[in-house]
Design a protein around this ligand. Structure first.
Ligand code: GTP
Ligand code: MG
Length: 228
């Protein structure tokens, strides 16, 4: 199953004020190109993940991937991120400083599936790993767990081969459940998010990590490792 979270944009979708300067118009046109190119990189990376999933399923009768979500960062959130980091909003700065314009979330069934996919990606000659952060081995302060990879994806366009970064977040169903609800609680709900809420969420994250290990053991037929 795949869930796409954004559509393609055209020049008419970008609000250009009537008194826009030539630079602003140029930026808007550049954004359409950015969107198109990163969408292409996204497609290549998603397709590659599906190929690996299908191959594994046909060989071992098990799909490592539960589902994939992907999105192109909106123009607004790209601009916010550049400004937050102290850069001007220019096309060159997007290419230079934003590595998650194209983002894929690969939700895996079991913990080992994450590292299986990682090992294939890091060994691949086509996709160089530009950056890796393992928030499973070292969860974030919030309790967030996932494996983050930035991979370099080659796309063939009329001018030749272009290389673009794509961010891949690999996580289990349980980690995804935690991340979705934590995000909702922390940023979206109207209620105040207290220190005690944060502490309880960290405990939930630990409980979930136990569950992931236990589910993995059940799947592999290992003896229970109860902690009494
Ligand atoms: P940004 O990309 O600007 O967020 O900075 P970064 O690259 O230093 O961040 P990082 O790679 O740690 O996290 C990027 C993405 O991971 C975020 O956009 C979220 O999708 C996810 N993420 C990171 N930390 C948390 C967290 O504490 N809770 C949740 N729910 N998601 C997180
Ligand atoms: Mg990031």
């Amino acid at each position: 199953m795949m869930i796409e979270k954004s559509g393609s944009i055209r020049l008419k979708d970008i609000p250009i004020p009537s008194g826009a300067t030539p630079e602003q118009r140029e930026l808007a046109q550049g954004m359409v190109r950015v969107n198109h190119l990163y969408r292409s990189a996204l497609k290549v990376a998603v397709t590659q993940m599906e190929i690996l999933d299908e191959e594994f399923a046909s060989l071992y009768d098990h799909s490592p991937i539960h589902h994939i979500e992907y999105r192109i960062k909106t123009l607004e959130s790209i601009s916010d991120k550049l400004r937050r980091r102290g850069y001007d909003v220019t096309i060159d700065n997007i290419y230079a400083y934003i590595q998650d314009v194209a983002g894929i979330r690969v939700i895996c069934n079991y913990l080992d599936d994450i590292y299986y996919l990682r090992s294939l990606l890091t060994r691949s000659e086509s996709f160089k790993v530009l950056r890796e952060v393992d928030y499973i081995q070292q969860p974030k302060e919030s309790g967030y767990r996932s494996l983050h990879l930035i991979i370099d994806v080659p796309i063939v366009i009329s001018e030749g081969t272009l290389h673009l970064p794509v961010e891949i977040q690999l996580r289990t169903i349980a980690m995804d459940m935690w991340a979705s609800l934590e995000h909702e609680l922390r940023y979206k709900s109207d209620r105040n998010f207290s220190d005690s809420d944060a502490a309880r969420l960290r405990l939930c994250s630990e409980a979930i990590s136990e569950i992931d290990r236990e589910m993995q053991d059940i799947y592999q037929g290992k003896e229970p490792s109860y902690h009494e």
